[in-house]
Every structure is written in structure tokens, then in C-alpha cells.
Design a protein around this ligand. Structure first.
Ligand SMILES: [Ca+2]
Ligand SMILES: [Ca+2]
Length: 158
């Protein structure tokens, strides 16, 4: 009897603690910001290519299927048209991450390069506050990540 009443109590608790899921619960974004490293190592940030590549945004495919990122965009908060990175031919594997660095370099399966240059004006990620946006080729906002903390060098977006 004792185990039965315990089982009933457990069942009652399980019913009581069924989480309330909103009718339109937001699903996990298919591609999500993991981290933005916005204060490149070293000070002052001199705009050298190595310094530009010291700031980056990391994105993750949260799904169980590879996603073709061609035409997807990554950008910051400004309206500057040259602050938009558009993925070329690139497939992000299921559960995989890709790091987009601001400067120039040779693209790999895990690191892509924005290709920016021009010294201190070439940085994308502001050192105090900014917001990153990921959009699919249709322009639909898939994820964003905001920060406002000049004492940290990076923000964890997950
Ligand atoms: Ca710095
Ligand atoms: Ca910015």
C-alpha cells in the first residue's frame, strides 16, 4: 500500500508540476549566437589584421541537420551597409559552431572571415554596447545578442 500511495503522490506531483507552455512558445533558434568577443586582446586596439581577427562572433547550428548558410547574414547594430557579413557557400553541420572573425584570412570549416581592413574604423563590435543579428536569406531575424558591459571583453549569448 505504501508504495502505491507513494506512486499516487508522485503522479499527483507530476501533474501539478507539468510546465505551462505558452501556445506559441519560441522554439530554439536554428542558428544561435554563442558568444561575441568584442574587445580584441591588447590595448589600444590598433586596427591591425591580427587585432581585427581578435574580435569575433560565434554561431551555432542548434538543430540535428546541417544548415546551408549561404545568403545568411550577420551584422551589428549600426545601419552601415558595410557592417553586414553575408555567408558565401557554407554549410554548418548539425550542432556545429562557426566563428566569424572581423579581419582578413583564409576561410575554413570552422572559421570565416569578414574581410574588413582599414585600421581602427574596421572593427564591428563596439567595446561597450552593441547588438548582433543573424538573419536568414529571406531577411527574417533568427537570433540576436545584446551586450552592455565595457568591463568584459566578451558576452555569452546562450
Ligand atoms: Ca582591446
Ligand atoms: Ca558596431
Amino acid at each position: 500500500m505504501r508504495s502505491l500511495s507513494l506512486a499516487l503522490a508522485a503522479a499527483a506531483l507530476a501533474v501539478a508540476f507539468v510546465p505551462v507552455v505558452p501556445a506559441q512558445a519560441a522554439a530554439l533558434p536554428a542558428v544561435q549566437f554563442v558568444k561575441i568577443y568584442y574587445n580584441s586582446p591588447g590595448s589600444p586596439d590598433n586596427g591591425a589584421n591580427s587585432s581585427l581577427n581578435g574580435e569575433w562572433a560565434q554561431l551555432k547550428n542548434t538543430t540535428r541537420k546541417a544548415i546551408d548558410l549561404k545568403g545568411w547574414t550577420l551584422r551589428d547594430k549600426t545601419s552601415a551597409p558595410d557592417h553586414v557579413y553575408t555567408f558565401g557557400t557554407f554549410t554548418l553541420g548539425a550542432g556545429k559552431t562557426v566563428t566569424v572573425r572581423t579581419g582578413k584570412g583564409t576561410n575554413t570549416s570552422t572559421t570565416r572571415y569578414w574581410g574588413r581592413s582599414g585600421g581602427t574604423f574596421a572593427y564591428i563590435w563596439n567595446q561597450t554596447a552593441d547588438t548582433g543579428y543573424i538573419r536568414n536569406p529571406s531577411g527574417k531575424l533568427i537570433d540576436s545578442c545584446s551586450y552592455n558591459n565595457s568591463r568584459a571583453a566578451s558576452v555569452n549569448c546562450l
